[in-house]
Ligand binder design. Structure first.
Ligand code: FMN
Length: 260
């Protein structure tokens, strides 16, 4: 695929993957893509765990589902992230950032805006939104043939020091390389972030993956091959809009936005 097409087609996969193992060859291509990323002094501070074992994936899925349910039920998710939600195509077209919730079960639609308000947690519970989101998340993770953990070598990743920052940059670039490579391989990828929002759940994942003291578990992803026409989750969003150049680029100094 042509480079610019790959770049433009890269996206987050919210829906399910095919029930088909990711070939060892493709797994190693993804890892080669990661390893091609730049890093400070070529230190290559990243480490990855390829997770295929069904029991381990089920357990991670259970933790993913449980943490999603808990975060929604306690109102923490919307409290933390309300500012990123857009509620209409018009609002999205104007802002060109954030995520647009464009798929909701019928009973929820009249409350689209309200569900993000602090007082709406009880309403969400009444409509069983935490259970819906939790169960959907569990199923999506359990049905993903490949989970990927991203880690950093703690001798490089020292938060507060420059090498900590450099390591994070390097890992980010390695992950982006993987993300781009999924496009070429007909695969999708999605961040599994809810377990890291709850420290005890994150500790559970670390134990499950036998992460040693020298490594820091940084992020978790689910991957797989994309179906030709992926069904959408019951509650879903899209985020393909991007800010126009004058809204994020300056010329020479911050005093002068770049022109279109
Ligand atoms: C640090 C970081 C955290 C993210 N967390 C999540 C997440 O928890 N769940 C998810 O589905 N996507 C997550 N994403 C993906 C973003 O939502 C997504 O990249 C953004 O909305 C743009 O959409 P796109 O990737 O489809 O272009 C995360 C991305 C980054 C870089």
């Amino acid at each position: 695929m042509e480079f610019w097409e790959v770049l433009r087609r890269r996206k987050t996969t919210n829906g399910p993957f095919l029930d088909k193992p990711v070939s060892k060859e493709d797994q190693h291509r993804l890892m080669e893509a990661a390893s091609r990323a730049p890093s400070h002094f070529n230190s290559q501070p990243w480490r990855f765990i390829l997770i295929e074992d069904p029991a381990r994936r089920e357990k991670i899925a259970e933790i993913g589902g449980r943490t999603m349910r808990q975060l929604i039920a306690e109102g923490k998710f919307f409290e933390r992230y309300r500012k990123y939600f857009r509620f209409s195509p018009e609002e999205m077209a104007r802002r060109r950032d954030g995520i647009l919730i464009d798929q909701l079960p019928a009973p929820l639609r009249p409350f689209t805006r309200q569900v993000m308000q602090p007082w709406a947690t009880r309403l969400l519970r009444l409509l069983r939104v935490p259970e819906i989101l939790g169960e959907d998340n569990r199923k999506l993770i359990a049905g993903s043939p490949l989970l990927l953990a991203a880690l950093l070598d703690k001798s490089e990743y020292r938060p507060g020091e420059l090498s900590g920052f450099y390591s994070l940059l390097a890992l980010g670039m390695a992950i982006e390389n993987i993300w781009l490579a999924t496009v070429e391989l007909g695969m999708g990828i999605q961040f599994i972030s809810t377990p890291m929002e709850i420290p005890e759940a994150w500790a559970e994942i670390k134990r499950l993956l036998e992460v040693p003291d020298e490594l820091e578990l940084m992020a978790l992803y689910r991957l797989g091959y994309l179906p030709p026409e992926p069904p959408r989750p019951r509650i879903d969003w899209q985020s393909h809009e991007r800010r126009p150049i004058p809204q994020f680029v300056f010329r020479e100094t911050c005093a002068r936005p770049e022109e279109e």
